[in-house]
Every structure is written in C-alpha cells, then in structure tokens.
Design a protein around this ligand. Structure first.
Ligand SMILES: NC(=O)c1ccc[n+]([C@@H]2O[C@H](COP(=O)([O-])OP(=O)(O)OC[C@H]3O[C@@H](n4cnc5c(N)ncnc54)[C@H](OP(=O)(O)O)[C@@H]3O)[C@@H](O)[C@H]2O)c1
Length: 252
C-alpha cells in the first residue's frame, strides 16, 4: 500500500471506539497526521488523557463504556455536539480473555459478548444517524473467527458475531450510501499478551504464536491502521467485506 500523502484526510471527522491504545490509537494517529479530526473513546481516564496528549488538538477523548447502552446514547449526543455529522466510524473497542472452555464462567462469557458484539452493534445503531452519505464504518473482528484456537472460544464467537453483523449492517445501511466493512487482525503487537498473563507465559505464548503465522512475526498496529483508513475512505466499491491483516495466518 502506498503511503498516504500529507493532508489526505483533511476535514474528515472520525469516531474511533477503543481509540486510547493499541490499534485504535495507531489509527487515530494516522488519521490526525493526515488532517482528520478524531473523537476517541476508552474506559480509562488516564489512558485517554495520554492518548489525547499524543494526538494533539485535532483529537477529543471521551470516557465511554461500550458495554453500556446508556453510555452509547450519551456518546452519540457528544459526537453530535462535537462534530455534527461524521465521515467514518471505527468500532474497535474490544477485550480478550484467555480461559479454557472447561472453566469459562457465565460472567466472563457475558463480558466478552457484551463488549465485543452487543456494544459494537448498538454503537453502529446509535451513531448511524450521524454518518454522512458516502461514509464508511469499520468493525474490528479477528483472525480467530475462522480458526479453532484454544483458550479463546468465547472471544472468537464474539468476533464471529461481529463478522456476521458486518454483512447485515452493510445491507441495511446501503440505501444511505454507507459502507460497512471489517478489518481482521492476526496477532498484533499491542502488549495484549503481557497484559493478559504473567511475563513468562506471555513470552512463551508469543513465541508459539509467531511460529503459527506464515510471516513468523506479530503485526504492527500501524499495519492495521492503514487497512482501516483504506476501508473507511478509499474502498468505495467494497461493502460487507472482511479484510485480513494477519501475516497470512487465516489465508495460507
Ligand atoms: N492485538 C491483537 O493481536 C488483536 C488481534 C485481533 C483483534 N484484535 C482486536 O483489536 C481491537 C483493539 O485491540 P488492541 O489489541 O488494540 O487492544 P488494546 O490496546 O487493549 O485496546 C483496546 C481499546 O479498547 C478500549 N476498550 C476496551 N473495552 C472497552 C469498553 N467496554 N468500552 C470502551 N472502550 C473499551 C480500551 O480502552 P481501556 O484500556 O480504557 O479499556 C482500548 O482503548 C479489539 O477489538 C481486539 O479484540 C486485536
């Protein structure tokens, strides 16, 4: 993919849920660097403040829980107040929990499905009225929705639900000239393992994952950000699709 020219997204207004770290923050940075204004969300004020600092004046950081329907309603009000209408929506907030199937609890199952599938569904529903004709919605799915990987069965199911929603919402928003696509990351270096398990286990799991990916490495969040920008703004003849950014992990 060619690097984007300076100011390519000037004047564009973009909402990114889960924009305070990892893939969401890398996408916010890429878009701001190219002239867009972004509104990012997250659940942790300190992380949001740091991201806002890093992004500069073309970014607004809003504390908002993707698991709360009231929170999503309030987010829609805030977006309307800040931007009026928007040109792209990146529904990226999500969590991972590594739990063997045998010991999965109802609580963790519900947490995963609520944040990763229900929240995104209602985020699109509540923000759709603010999307301009010609705009793009991008949902973050995962390579896991087409693979059988141990320890993440409920997470994988939540992302498979999101992949399905991508098709249905693309169909329903088509009359308004809004495209809906998904970006499907493989393992991306966002410290997700380090934050999910003890250091030694994270190193061991990381090495195992690298061996299973044809490119034998983790992806960089920027590599996903480029795909998101493409799907949101440039893929004007593409809707209902899922674009893998996974070092070949789901494809070869
Ligand atoms: N990294 C990978 O290897 C990988 C692979 C495939 C798919 N993905 C997906 O990519 C997306 C981003 O993940 P990442 O790796 O960049 O992880 P990350 O660095 O942990 O970022 C997750 C973002 O989502 C936010 N978030 C989590 N729960 C939220 C909630 N209930 N309401 C609002 N915001 C919430 C986080 O904010 P707080 O920190 O404040 O909670 C953070 O901004 C997720 O959907 C993940 O499932 C990641």
């Amino acid at each position: 993919m060619e690097p984007f020219s300076k100011g390519k997204f000037s004047g564009k207004r973009v909402v990114i849920t889960g924009g305070s770290s990892g893939i969401g923050l890398a996408t916010a940075k890429l878009l701001v660097d190219e002239g867009a204004s972004v509104l990012i969300t997250g659940r942790t004020q300190a992380t949001l403040d740091a991201a806002r600092e890093q992004l500069g004046n073309n970014a607004v950081a809003v504390l908002s829980d993707a698991a709360s329907l009231t929170g999503i309603d309030e987010l829609a009000d805030r977006v309307k107040a800040e931007f009026g209408t928007i040109d792209a929506l990146f529904v990226n907030a999500g969590i991972t929990r590594y739990v063997p199937f045998e010991s999965m609890s109802e609580e963790v199952y519900d947490e995963l499905l609520t944040i990763n599938a229900k929240g995104p569904y209602f985020t699109v529903q509540k923000l759709a009225p603010l999307l301009n004709a010609g705009s793009g919605v991008v949902l973050t799915t995962s390579i896991t929705n087409v693979l059988g990987i141990p320890m993440i069965s409920a997470y994988a199911a939540s992302k498979a639900a999101l992949r399905s929603m991508t098709r249905s919402l693309a169909r329903e928003l088509l009359p308004r000239k809004i495209r809906v696509n998904a970006v499907s990351p493989g393992p991306i270096d966002t410290d997700i393992l380090e934050r999910s398990m003890p250091k030694e286990a994270a190193e061991q799991t990381g090495a195992q994952i690298r061996q299973q990916i044809p490119m034998l490495r983790f992806g960089d969040p920027v590599e996903v950000a480029k795909a998101v920008a493409f799907l949101a703004f440039e893929a004007t003849y593409t809707t209902g699709a899922e674009f893998p950014v996974d070092g070949g992990g789901s494809q070869i």
